[in-house]
Design a protein around this ligand. Structure first.
Ligand code: DX5
Ligand code: ZN
Length: 220
């Protein structure tokens, strides 16, 4: 397991000031920016897509973590790579072939990850564990920021961490949804080392104070 990293979810940021927000997050010590791309079909919400990613890519050097909540991710991989994605995660519940999608992401030089919704068992991920850089376990139903953490998802994180250790796999386990100062410790203890943080971070008085509070809470 690697040292914990924080990926700040842009979904909760002020969309009118994204370039400034990216700079603030960079200076505030977050490790990555998390982009929730939603198509209104795979999830009941529509967020943003390629032009926003491309604009933020021009305004920051931060690593860009793109979470595709779209029905056919494979079709759009070349565009997301061109727009600056450093990591692309896609849902195993989508309609694209997972092997082909992983191959397309890696062929473009980015990191690849698979995501599972709360209703999907951790076993669904096992065939891909040796092929990906990241496994993302959703800790809320995908679609909206600001939801409550689903504690029972931590059993999946534990099982995947145990499997990764047994096979000595070099991957990160990401959790997404409801991460705050009350939940971060349990997530990291279960084996997560990449934490998506949205609404909690943007409610703090400052980004760096929020990042520090999360890191302190994680290590208690
Ligand atoms: C939900 C998204 C999350 C969301 C997390 O579909 O995948 O990334 O922005 O937001 P919080 O941290 O507010 O739960
Ligand atoms: Zn997300």
């Amino acid at each position: 397991m690697k040292q914990m990293m924080i990926s700040a979810s842009v979904l909760s940021a002020d969309m009118a000031n994204l370039a400034a927000m990216a700079k603030e997050l960079e200076c505030g010590g977050v490790d990555m920016l998390h982009f929730d791309v939603m198509d209104g079909v795979f999830v009941p919400n529509i967020s943003f897509g390629l032009p926003i990613l491309e604009a933020v890519h021009r305004s920051t050097d931060l690593f860009l973590d793109v979470h595709l909540m779209i029905i056919d991710p494979l079709r759009y991989i070349p565009q997301f790579l061109a727009a600056g994605a450093d990591l692309i995660t896609f849902h195993l519940e989508s309609e694209s072939d997972p092997y082909e999608t992983i191959r397309a992401i890696k062929a473009g030089g980015a990191q690849a990850g698979v995501v599972i919704k709360p209703g999907t068992p951790y076993e669904a991920v096992l065939p891909f564990m040796e092929l990906v850089d990241v496994v993302l376990v959703m800790t809320v139903e995908p679609g909206f920021g600001g939801q409550s953490f689903m504690w029972e998802m931590l059993d999946k994180v534990k099982a995947l961490r145990a499997y990764a250790e047994e096979k000595q796999l070099d991957l990160r386990i990401e959790v997404d949804g409801g991460i705050n100062d009350k939940t971060v410790h349990a997530a990291v203890s279960a084996g997560a080392d990449l934490l998506v943080v949205g609404s909690y971070l943007f409610k703090q008085p400052g980004i760096s104070a929020g990042v520090q509070t999360l890191k302190d809470a994680a290590s208690v």
